[in-house]
Design a binder for this molecule. Structure first.
Ligand SMILES: Nc1ncnc2c1ncn2[C@@H]1O[C@H](COP(=O)(O)OP(=O)(O)OP(=O)(O)O)[C@@H](O)[C@H]1O
Length: 236
C-alpha cells in the first residue's frame, strides 16, 4: 500500500544511515500515514531502532531525506535500557521533563504543565509511584514512566522503541489502550515491535530485513505466510 503524499506524516526518500562508514539502512524510501499507528518489524539487527532514531532526528543521515508534514519535534521514547538507573529523580520529575519541550529545561512549570503531568501519571496508573525514585522501579514500571514522559510532550508524533516488551499482560493492555486513545486524538504513533499481535493491531506496517525495506502496507497485506518465511524463516 502506498500512502498518498497528503496523508503522510513522514516521507522518507532514499535514506542511508549508520553509525560508522558502513551503513545500517540502505536507500530506504517509504511513507508513514498521519494520525495512524505504524509498526516497524524485522529480525534482530535489521535496523528498526536505527530507523526510529533517524526519524527522531538523533542520527545524522548519510544520504537521503526524512520529511515531516508538521514541524513539531517528535516525542521519542527509547528502550528502557537507554535510561540510567543512577538518575536521582522521581517518577513525577521524569514525567515533568516531558514538559521541557514546551518550557525549556529547569524552567518553572505552569499550572497547565502540572495538570498535563498529573493526567499522564494517572493514565499510566503511576500516581501511587509518583514520588518513588525512577531507578527504584521495576523494568515494567519504568517503561510506563518513560511512556508517560513521552505523552507529556503532547507532540503530534510519538515514536516508541518496543514499548511493551517484557511487560505483563495487564501492563501490555494498559499501554495498548493508552496508545489507542493517543491515536484517537490525532497523534501519529510509530512503534518498533517484535510482537506480531501488536503489529496486527497497527494501521500500517514496515518490515525491515538486513537494513532494507522488505514490505510496507496494512498488516494483512504485509504479514503473509510468505513474508514470515522469507524474513523470519517461520515455516509455512
Ligand atoms: N550505537 C551503535 N553503534 C554502532 N552500531 C550500532 C549501534 N546501534 C546499532 N548498531 C548496529 O546497527 C545494526 C542495526 O541495529 P538496530 O538496533 O537498529 O537493529 P534492530 O532491528 O532494532 O535490532 P533489535 O531487534 O535487536 O533491537 C546492528 O548491526 C547493530 O549492531
Amino acid at each position: 500500500m502506498t500512502i498518498a503524499s497528503d496523508q503522510a506524516e513522514i516521507t522518507i526518500h532514499d535514506l542511508t544511515v549508520g553509525y560508522t562508514r558502513e551503513p545500517v539502512l540502505h536507500g530506504l524510501s517509504t511513507a508513514l500515514p498521519r494520525g495512524r499507528t505504524t509498526a516497524i518489524l524485522g529480525p534482530n539487527g535489521s535496523g528498526k531502532s536505527t530507523l526510529l532514531s533517524a526519524i527522531a532526528g538523533v542520527l545524522r543521515l548519510a544520504a537521503g531525506s526524512i520529511d515531516r508534514a508538521t514541524g513539531r519535534p517528535p516525542a521519542f521514547v527509547a528502550q528502557r535500557s537507554a535510561v540510567s538507573d543512577a538518575l536521582p529523580i522521581s517518577v513525577r520529575d521524569t514525567v515533568s521533563m516531558g514538559r521541557w519541550a514546551h518550557r525549556g529545561p529547569w524552567r518553572r512549570l505552569t499550572s497547565h504543565d502540572r495538570a498535563v503531568v498529573e493526567e499522564c501519571l494517572a493514565c499510566l496508573e503511576l500516581l501511587p509511584l509518583a514520588t518513588r525514585r525512577l531507578g527504584s522501579l521495576s523494568g515494567g514500571q519504568r517503561q510506563r514512566a518513560l511512556l508517560a514522559q513521552g505523552l507529556a510532550q503532547e507532540s503530534d508524533l510519538l515514536l516508541l522503541d518496543e514499548p511493551s516488551s517484557g511487560l505483563d499482560a495487564e501492563a501490555q493492555r494498559l499501554i495498548t489502550d493508552v496508545l489507542e486513545s493517543t491515536k484517537a486524538r490525532g497523534t501519529t504513533v510509530v512503534q518498533v515491535t517484535h510482537d506480531f499481535t501488536e503489529a496486527l493491531r497497527a494501521d500500517h506496517c514496515l518490515v525491515l530485513n538486513a537494513g532494507r525495506l522488505a514490505a510496507a502496507g496494512t498488516p494483512d497485506d504485509v504479514l503473509t505466510p510468505q513474508m514470515l518465511q522469507e524474513v523470519w524463516g517461520i515455516p509455512r
